[in-house]
Design a binder for this molecule. Structure first.
Ligand code: HEC
Length: 122
């Protein structure tokens, strides 16, 4: 009986883990609004991502944006939302735009990819 409960619990856990990776929130399809992306960028991301301050990818550093694009949106967006410390430096939570929605961050990211000349997303 105990075993069965354990098994059920672990099956549920696996299901939850799968749901959070595969389905659900991370599978939301965003459509980029580059005009909104520019205004978010001008407000927040520009501080670091224009010239590449403190390890951020500069807008004209295409290889860095290609490296990021290769990670895919399912990795990049959550990292932009919660913040991310990688081999180059520390990306702050929401890129310091604390009132930004996921859509705003996606737009800003799409705008920067566009400026860098990297094909990205939809
Ligand atoms: C205080 C500086 C700073 C600001 C402001 C900032 N970033 Fe960053 N960002 C960084 C740094 C540094 C990295 C590189 C982290 C690494 O790869 O080591 C980074 C990386 C990223 C990444 C890649 C994450 C990954 O998984 O590789 C995304 C996406 C991103 N920034 C989006 C944004 C957006 C969108 C904004 C504006 C809303 C923004 N950033 C504002 C510093 C900043």
């Amino acid at each position: 009986m105990k075993k069965l409960v354990k098994l059920t619990l672990s099956t549920m856990l696996i299901a939850i883990v799968f749901a959070s990776c595969g389905g659900g929130a991370s599978k939301k399809e965003f459509v980029a609004d580059l005009a909104n992306g520019k205004s978010v960028y001008d407000r927040s991301c520009i501080a670091c991502h224009w010239k590449g301050v403190s390890g951020a990818a500069a807008l004209d550093d295409k290889p860095r944006w290609e490296e990021m694009a290769a990670k895919g949106i399912d990795v990049l967006l959550p990292n932009a939302v919660s913040g991310f410390t990688g081999k180059y430096g520390a990306m702050p939570e929401k890129g310091n735009c604390l009132d930004c929605s996921e859509q705003d961050l996606f737009d800003a990211l799409s705008y920067m990819m566009d400026q860098a000349g990297v094909e990205f997303g939809n």
